[in-house]
Design a binder for this molecule. Sequence first.
Ligand code: NAI
Length: 302
Amino acid sequence: MDQIRFDNRVVIVTGAGAGLGREYALEFARRGASVVVNDLGVARDGSGSTHSAADAVVQEIHQSGGKAAANYDSVATPEGGKNIVKTALDSFGAVDVLVNNAGFLRDKSFAKMTIEEWDAVMNVHLRGAFCVTQPALSVMRERGYGRIIVTSSTSGIFGNFGQSNYGAAKMGLVGFMNVLKLESEKYNVHMNAIAPNAYSRMTENLIPAELAPKLQAKFNVPMVVYLCSEECRENGSIFTMGAGWYAKTAVVCAPGVCLGDGSREIRAEEVRENFAKITDLSGARPLNNNLETFQFMEPLLK
Ligand code: NAI
């Protein structure tokens, strides 16, 4: 099996000072990449900041003969995003891969959630992806090549108690990807979303401790490495994973049912009568863009 390599590739991993991001950064470096290790070095709830998180990973990469540069900016500001990309350009002259990974939690039941807790989580995950991806994508478009990952979560894709802020941000990233996959494909820039599962600082009080040896962060790394490789043509997909399980995950549309004739009024009672057909997911499939929903309405649009 020939190895997937990243020689002469420049990879930015945000939030790479700990957890999943650290594992991605170390593996990209092992495979020849020059890695920008970004980390603001915050506490589990996003408070504080320290250079030591990014520095430790850069040191680890250097000690094993790899190439890395540290960046300590927050992903959540436009200046931070630009500076992260500038670190890549100043240190290594390019940006080929961006893994949007930085983030934190502020869990609270919805009734008790403050606007500050909502904003902080939206800012780091969703605004952070905007702030770093925009300058990175502009370099990638110019160079005609790029691979981008956004980090979603099963908390948003499927739901999880106490995480309305986090779930909204994480599903927002799927919408973000769905649009950018269309805008960037012609520049040979591909973007995919991952929903990882790992026992980390972030999840240590959410995942039972006995699962820690199974849900190791490193098991999420191979999927990220492959999706970011030149040979991988995948664009605009979501992959859920954990413990060595990897599965494509999708938002699908059922064939549904056409009611009325395109002009007469449709009664709520007709929806009630057809509800079994409307909710039947057999034959449901993912769509590539919003206009594809019109295919289902075709008989009514004539
Ligand atoms: P972690 O807490 O171990 O690491 C996150 C890193 O991001 C920390 O080093 C932190 O300092 C950094 N960071 C936080 N805010 C930042 C900012 N504004 N700018 C730059 N760096 C910042 O968390 P973990 O578990 O490694 O999570 C990584 C990503 O994966 C997150 O986006 C998380 O939401 C996502 N995720 C994790 C899951 C899990 O099971 N661990 C499940 C689903 C998603």
